[in-house]
Write a protein that binds this ligand. Structure first.
Ligand SMILES: [Zn+2]
Length: 152
């Protein structure tokens, strides 16, 4: 089904796109929908990228400021242990941000192969509202909840 080209939205910003109601979202053409999703993915990619480098910089700073003796694991020394915990937390968060970027890149690759927005488990289309809220979702809600990861 090819819908008539609407001279409505040619380029949409992530902000405009996120402001659409669910009805407006469903009314978009597939091209417009993917354009909006791309805008959101790119915006999130930027945010996660900034987060990852800020956290890494902070972790490096903590390491640089720590006395050589403090970097060793030592439950007795308060300061050094706190710095180690802070640094490990920063590094863990930076790793999470990088993992999110990989998910985003995976989603962008799927768009190029026209497999974006399809549940990886049941191969049904994932509703647009879910994709907008979670643009790198791999699974539909049903598969997510009843499927592989039952942690809640
Ligand atoms: Zn599914």
């Amino acid at each position: 089904m090819v819908s008539k080209t609407k001279d409505l939205v040619v380029t949409i910003s992530a902000e405009e796109y996120l402001d659409l109601s669910d009805e407006e979202l469903d009314a978009l053409s597939p091209e417009q929908f993917l354009e909006g999703q791309t805008a959101v993915l790119n915006a999130e990619r930027l945010t996660y990228g900034e987060q990852a480098s800020a956290l890494k910089a902070e972790a490096d700073l903590i390491a640089a400021e720590a006395e050589p003796g403090d970097t060793q694991f030592d439950e007795e020394s308060g300061e050094g242990a706190t710095a180690t915990i802070d640094r490990e937390r920063d590094l863990a968060l930076a790793a999470q941000a990088r993992a999110a970027i990989e998910e985003i890149d995976g989603a962008l690759r799927k768009m190029q192969h026209a497999t974006y927005g399809v549940c990886e488990n049941c191969h049904q289309p994932i509703p647009r509202a879910r994709l907008r809220a979670l643009p790198f979702a791999r699974l539909c809600v049903r598969c997510k909840e009843g499927g592989l990861s039952r942690r809640s």
